[in-house]
Structure formats: C-alpha cells, structure tokens
Design a protein around this ligand. Structure first.
Ligand code: NDP
Length: 396
C-alpha cells in the first residue's frame, strides 16, 4: 500500500498524476494545488474517482501539514515551483512523509539556484528515517540517471560530460516557454557556468555556442548554460574534469528574450503600478501562453542526452545515451507537450521506484545515488525509450 500526494497541477503535474494513477503500486492518489479547479479537471479526465483533489498553498507549512495529516501520504511529489521545495520538505519532516521533486530550490527574490539549501536537510531526513529524492525530472533527472548508468556499466572513469538538450519542436507561437515561464526565463537569462579542472567557469549568458547534431533531428545551434545537475554530478563523480550543459535556442526565441530583458519585463523585484505592487516577470507570465496549452499544435521532437568521454579498461571511449520524445505523441497520450511529458514521466517513475522499495534510504539523495538499472528498465515502457551509441564523434 502506498499513498501518493502530488502538489502542483500544471503541465508536469498533469502527466505525473496520470502516470501515478495508472500505476497499481499506488493505492491512493491525491492531487493538490493552489487552484483546486485545475486539480478537479485533471482528476475528471482520469475518471473513476481514482484521484482525490484538494486546495493547498504550498508556501504555508501549517496548511501543508493539515493536508498531510488528513490524507497521510507515504510520498509527496512536488511539481509545484522550486520556491516551494523547502516548505514542502519542512512539512514532510513534520508529518513523516517521504519527498520527491524535479527542480532545486530557488529563493523568489534572487534568480539563483543551488543544492546547498536542500542538502542542508540531510541530517534531519536521516534522523527521521525518511527519503528525499531531489531532481527527478528529465534534466535534472534522467540525465543524471544516464550518467550513473554510464558509470556503472561502461566507464571506470568519466572525464568529460556534456549534457545536450535540444527542443526541435515548433508550437507555432512567436514566443512561449515550455515550462513555467517565470522559472524558465530566470534560468535561461542567467550567466553561463560550467565545471573545468575543479573550478566553475562563469561566462556571459549564451556566450559559448556551436552547432551540434541531434539524432533524428540534425544540426541545431546549442548554447552553454548553467544547469543544476552539474553541481551534484561533479560531486558524485569526482573523476570528471569538465562538465557542461548545452541547450538549443532558436534565433527568434533569443531575440524575444533579449527584448524582454531590455525593457525590464524579466525583473524579479516588485514595482508599484497604479498603486499596486507587481513583479514584472510574474505579470509577463500572466500574459504569455500557458505551457500546458501548447501541446495541441506542437510538432517535432525533443532530444536530450549525455555525451561522455572517459576510460574503460585503460582505453579511452566515447558514449552517447539519449532519448527522443515526439511532441505529438506526448499530446496524444497525455494532452500535454513533450517538455511536460519528459519531466512528468520520470517523476512518476521515481516515485514508483520508492514505492516498490527499489530506491530507499534515510536522507537527501540526488537521483544518480540510486541504482539506475530498474529505473531505466521501465523508462521505455513508460513512454521514454532510450538509445546508446558507442565510440562516436561527440562533437563537443
Ligand atoms: P506550471 O506553472 O504549469 O505549474 C505549476 C503548478 O504549481 C501550478 O498548478 C501552480 O498553481 C502550482 N503552484 C504554484 N505555486 C503554488 C503554491 N504556492 N501552492 C500550491 N500550488 C502552487 O509549471 P510546470 O508544470 O511547467 O513545472 C512544474 C515544475 O517542474 C517546476 O518546478 C519546474 O521547474 C519543473 N520542471 C522540471 C524539469 C526537469 O526536467 N527537471 C523540466 C520542466 C519543469 P496555479 O495553477 O494556481 O498557478
């Protein structure tokens, strides 16, 4: 018996709820979010009274605890926003629940994310005998599990790791983000950062770029940006000499982004407008397309993977492990586009790894610390098949 509570009824929450509801290892399922009507719509589409719903403000620990004490979840899957990570972890500790998320904590007033805030919960989760699983989406998530799989089966030492994330889909809009616009714009407008020879190298935003070839897609301009899994991967694989994260952006997207920044709409500090305090980026979110709504007209694929170079049995080898996900296929199955799908499927699968006792432990864990084999054995069946290429030109 395992009771799962999902928090957040956005694009990712929709996929997580569908996948968890379809998995018999979960005996009871609840979806809770700030706006209950959104939870009700997701639950109604699943049908059969399988999913209970509730309203909760996940910034408010006493409210979360009240909900946890009445539903008594074994595991809480946090797919609200990174701002809520710590309050949900606090409530889990107070009520004896296990925890899983897909994005690391960010303070609202500073566009800065790192694991230190959540790693600081290590002793408390350990003492409580509870598991906290951090970063179980696609990136972070599957990218770290791919790296763990490479380290377990194909390398004695990983030296170079390049995570490559291509979205070659077209949604037909001039500008839209694929997941929460506020979080997305904060992430991609930051300075670039990568790890080399034991140090972090900081670049201007989008300063390093080059065309890379993606399987089944072709060449796309790819940009080095900072991404959170780099922090845990270089810690957990100390043989890594260089680790970078590349993401593709179209020129049209970058132009919009530059304008948004130049006119002050990416600002995260409050301003007074007509006597009311507003945060420009939150106002912008309200007028941009909801990522959940993009699916109906989205064509093309995403391709995300790890390009790795290192040593096996004293010989140098290269390795590329990746998944391609088709937007139309994702929409047909779940009514959401591929970015929500590629995030939601691993989150639900990670929760089921915990429910089946395959990923357990007392403390706070990044996903690469668990056995990658049972997770990857099921990932394809859940809709995200993966592929391996050996001794190929990695381009990076
Ligand atoms: P959405 O904005 O579509 O959904 C977020 C949901 O959380 C909304 O339903 C929102 O409620 C709810 N929410 C926000 N604040 C609160 C609160 N205080 N209390 C309760 N509920 C709240 O985002 P996405 O579904 O696109 O993304 C969800 C998460 O997934 C984000 O954290 C994002 O960073 C992460 N992500 C991770 C990826 C990965 O690969 N690891 C990739 C993509 C996303 P309301 O509907 O009322 O606004």
């Amino acid at each position: 018996m395992c009771k799962a509570l999902i928090i957040g009824a956005g694009g990712v929450g929709t996929v997580v709820t569908q996948k968890i509801a379809a998995n018999p290892v979960f005996t009871d399922v609840m979806l809770a979010s700030r706006t209950k009507s959104k939870c009700d719509a997701v639950a109604a589409a699943i049908g059969g009274n399988r999913v209970k719903t509730a309203e909760v403000d996940a910034d408010n620990v006493p409210q979360l605890c009240e909900l946890f004490r009445s539903f008594k979840p074994d595991i809480v899957v946090n797919v609200a926003l990174p701002y809520q990570d710590l309050t949900i972890m606090d409530a889990c500790l107070e009520c004896g629940c296990n925890y899983l998320d897909t994005a690391n904590y960010e303070p609202k007033d500073e566009a800065h994310f790192e694991y230190s805030w959540q790693w600081a919960y290590q002793d408390r989760f350990k003492a409580a005998g509870l598991t906290a699983i951090l970063g179980c989406g696609f990136d972070p998530g599957v990218t770290a599990i791919f790296t763990a799989y490479a380290a377990k089966h194909h390398f004695d030492e990983i030296h170079y790791l390049d995570i490559v994330d291509c979205n070659a889909g077209n949604h037909g809009m001039a500008f839209a983000t694929n997941f929460n616009p506020e979080i997305n714009i904060r992430e991609v407008t930051q300075k670039g950062r990568y790890f080399e020879n034991g140090q972090w190298v900081v670049t201007e935003p989008h300063e390093i770029h080059r065309p890379l070839n993606y399987p089944g897609i072709g060449e796309r301009e790819s940009y080095v940006i900072y991404h959170e899994e780099l922090e845990s991967l270089v810690k957990n694989y100390p043989t890594i000499r260089r680790a970078r994260f590349w993401m593709t952006f179209g020129q049209e997207y970058l132009t919009h982004l530059r304008v948004i920044q130049n006119i002050g709409m990416a600002r995260i500090d409050p301003i007074i407008y007509n006597g009311v305090e507003i945060v420009p980026i939150q106002f912008l979110k309200a007028v941009l397309p909801d990522p959940k709504s993009l699916g109906a007209n989205y064509h093309g694929q995403t391709s995300i993977g790890c390009r790795i170079k290192g040593l096996k049995d004293g010989k140098e080898r290269t390795y590329y492990i990746y998944n391609n996900c088709d937007h139309e296929q994702a929409f047909k199955e779940t009514g959401t586009q591929a970015v929500s799908f590629t995030t939601g499927v691993p989150a639900a699968l990670g929760a089921s790894m915990w429910a089946k006792g395959l990923w357990r432990g007392a403390g706070v864990f990044n996903v690469e610390e668990f056995d990658p084999d049972p997770f990857l054995a099921e990932l394809g069946e859940q809709g995200l098949p993966w592929h391996e290429l050996f001794d190929v030109n990695l381009e990076v």
